[in-house]
Write a protein that binds this ligand. Sequence first.
Ligand SMILES: Nc1nc2c(ncn2[C@@H]2O[C@H](COP(=O)(O)OP(=O)(O)O)[C@@H](O)[C@H]2O)c(=O)[nH]1
Ligand SMILES: [Mg+2]
Length: 435
Amino acid sequence: VLHVEAKASPRSAQGAGANGSVDARRSADAQTEEAVGLALAINLNVVETLVVNLAKPHPATLIGPGKVEEFKGLMAALEIELVVVNGHLSPVQQRNLETAWTVKVLDRAGLILEIFGERARTKEGRLQVELAHLTYQKSRLVRSWTHLERQRGGLGFVGGPGETQIEADRRMIQARIGRIEKRLETVKRTRKLHRTSRSKVPYPIVALVGYTNAGKSTLFNTLTDAEVDARDQLFATLDPTMRHMKLPSGRSVVLSDTVGFISNLPTDLIAAFRATLEEVLEADMIIHVRDITHEDSDAQAGDVEQVLANLGIEESRRQSVVEVWNKIDLLPEQTRDIVEQRSKREGGAVVMVSAQSGEGLDMLRDMLDKVLGADNVNLDVIVDAIDGAGLHWLYENAEVLSRSNLEDGSVEMNVRISPAKAGVARDMFATVAPA
Ligand SMILES: Nc1nc2c(ncn2[C@@H]2O[C@H](COP(=O)(O)OP(=O)(O)O)[C@@H](O)[C@H]2O)c(=O)[nH]1
Ligand SMILES: [Mg+2]
């Protein structure tokens, strides 16, 4: 991972973060760490990180011939296969670096597109990512075209062979963009129908959201590591970012790890990013993981809340968002006391943890139990022998605590269910009054 600290670059102030110019203020370390986190998100094995301070970008290689030469030996010695340049590369720069180092080179937007591509689950998500990919390609064609034009510089020479080819490529990409946009419209219109797919998972879904490097995946692993059972296998084959977890009450939930927010997300990628967060809409509960030691922690939290609101997480469901203030192991004792005071002022929905050391995780588990089951009720119902649909409904909408077959072939079930759904259940089934 090669972070380019381009102080003079006009691009450093670009981006979609709420902070506008965060990039300029954020330390090179923080940015490098984020880039490494992104690389890890698609399971790259990061063997080296480099920071290059750049007074001005070099047109041919961005970092200049000296640096290219300097890193050449390193690339060979470490048998590096892929270099992630945390910055923006023109196609020409990308190609020149690939040739000089005989490696594959991805720039920041390219890496993010890879991540989204791997994570997009819904049809809409996949289309959004494809669209972003095409837009990215198209913008690169435009750039390389203006680049060629500049080379030809005012010779009044129109329609060289390169230009014709690029124009043709652009038209082709534009046509594909048009087709995908149409399909997206259709998918969005029928979105409600697709939603039902989540019912394949018979437990409440708890989604982890937050910025890259906040510790979502670490938390995901520590919370679910303790128990590897048959159910994990099932989910593992479905989707490695969903795993079963049991809460202290015995309630089963499915924890879902998400892509995470990325600071200064290139504008073209915002729609694709949102589409990867679609699954959050289906979650019964959201854990907002914050790196409480991060210098931009509050601004990041603001961004997350804003996006959740824009995604249409209704006000009524906002109470099922729990904030996890992570990495408390890194706080000096005094700071920790101050942070703890703050967390108390936030009210009930904040838990301080260290996903790494495990501190605070018991409190988090208890909190999940409390929020998820706060007002659930127990219900004893009789399901007719022939009522397969009814049985199915119960497994989807309630937690089945016990089940026994009665003599006439019907089934008696004790379930835990939300008050709203208990009303529906009472209409659907015969109920047994509590003894
Ligand atoms: N000190 C400390 N580091 C943590 C903690 N949780 C995560 N990390 C580190 O923070 C980095 C990002 O964690 P990761 O789980 O990949 O974050 P994600 O991008 O939100 O999934 C990794 O280097 C983790 O080892 C924590 O509680 N304490
Ligand atoms: Mg992660």
